[in-house]
Design a protein around this ligand. Structure first.
Ligand code: CO
Length: 138
């Protein structure tokens, strides 16, 4: 390996699956005082999301809007709770290649590019001590 290991820059967001957005906001917004910067539907993920900036990171609340999504299945199986941690990296492509070479179980071996040109990929919890980890490059 000649390439330097790509760097993790910060925790970008922590995602929490919720069953009712308003009920969840009544804690995160009304009790903790985190103001949502955005609440919107994400049709391609069959979900509604709320982003609540907290310093350099965000809490992301995710509510399924249809019964047949991965998030809906997660909610049905495990109930509301933590879904994943997302770390921002400086070079997702190289990081994924290096993780794969080290035998890390990747859910996405290639980054997914959003409509806004951002890239992300997930690492399987079996390689991370039980936590779903998202890599993100702005
Ligand atoms: Co995420």
């Amino acid at each position: 390996m000649n390439n330097p290991m790509p760097k993790v820059k910060r925790i970008h967001h922590v995602a929490i699956v919720v069953d009712e957005m308003e009920k969840s906001l009544s804690f995160w917004r009304d009790v903790l005082g985190l103001n949502p910067s955005e609440i919107r539907d994400v049709p391609e993920q069959k979900s509604q999301v709320a982003f609540l900036p907290a310093g350099e990171s965000e809490i992301e609340l995710v509510k399924p809007t249809s019964g047949d999504s991965g998030i809906a299945r997660f909610l049905a199986r495990r109930g509301p709770g933590m879904h994943h941690i997302c770390v921002e990296v400086d070079d997702i492509q190289t990081m994924l290649a290096q993780l794969k070479a080290r035998g890390v179980h990747l859910i996405n071996e290639m980054p997914i590019t959003t409509a806004f040109g951002k890239k992300y990929a997930f690492i399987h919890p079996e390689s991370t001590g039980g936590v779903l980890v998202e890599l993100y490059e702005a």
